[in-house]
Design a protein around this ligand. Structure first.
Ligand SMILES: Cc1cc2nc3c(=O)[nH]c(=O)nc-3n(C[C@H](O)[C@H](O)[C@H](O)COP(=O)(O)O)c2cc1C
Length: 222
């Protein structure tokens, strides 16, 4: 597949959460998804277990059913809650406009998720919801750490090929409902995200606003 003319640094600094610029009308070829997957599978996994699974949903009825779960949770649980993007960085007035933009963009995606030609759901074998105590962190970090790098590699490879993606997690509030829609064995497999995939409208994206390095990077001691 043709790749955009991006340097490595441009790829890493311009792979954005794309929502309003997803082209819902342009089909996404299976070949390009598989090319991105071949790269994604080069990601690390704990003890080299490679217990990952990747679900691509293109059937319109299934996409709608999943998007309905997402939109319902977005509107009725997330939007007015302390989790919402609009409630973040409350102590920093310079971030207000950014967070309002993120919230408006997220609302647009919630309203239109069903229109994305592909919904991508990275999954990992096993569940860690019941692990408590001192083993909880190693269990969770190793489990999520064995799928999220692969999923992000997929998203970077997709951007290199003109595709846009957006990491989302809101549907996980009703993970079981989506597992039932898609036949995912909930007791054995953990979903980690729901990622719309579509070609982007235009391919120029800029680095996003980020907190300064001061105060978040520590050398030698915290
Ligand atoms: C763990 C995680 C969960 C996220 N969940 C959602 C979500 O449910 N819905 C959504 O629209 N965006 C979601 N996002 C996207 C973030 O809003 C986005 O990464 C952030 O605003 C930075 O965007 P930018 O890279 O375009 O600047 C999520 C991102 C991460 C890493």
């Amino acid at each position: 597949m043709t790749q955009l003319d991006l340097t490595n640094d441009e790829l890493l600094s311009t792979t954005r959460a794309v929502r309003k610029r997803l082209d819902f009308d342009r089909p996404v070829e299976k070949d390009v998804l598989m090319e991105c997957m071949a790269l994604a599978l080069q990601a690390p996994s704990g003890s080299n277990v490679q217990g990952w699974h990747f679900l691509f949903v293109t059937d319109p009825a299934r996409r709608k059913a999943v998007a309905d779960v997402y939109r319902n949770l977005f509107n009725n649980v997330y939007a007015g809650s302390p989790m919402a993007a609009s409630a973040q960085h409350a102590d920093d007035p310079t971030m207000k406009a950014t967070q309002e933009r993120v919230m408006a963009s997220a609302q647009y995606l919630a309203d239109n998720m069903h229109r994305a030609p592909v919904l991508f759901i990275p999954c990992i074998s096993g569940r860690v919801d019941q692990v408590t105590g001192e083993m909880a962190n190693v269990g969770q970090a190793s489990t999520f750490g064995s799928i999220i790098p692969a999923a992000w590699s997929f998203m970077l490879a997709a951007r290199a090929r003109g595709l846009g993606t957006c990491w989302t997690t809101i549907h996980l509030m009703q993970e079981r409902a989506v597992a039932e829609i898609l036949g995912i064995p909930y007791e054995e497999v953990t979903q980690v995200a729901l990622v719309p995939v579509a070609y982007t409208k235009g391919t120029d994206f800029k680095p996003g606003p980020r907190r300064s390095m001061d105060g978040i990077i520590h050398f030698e001691n915290w």
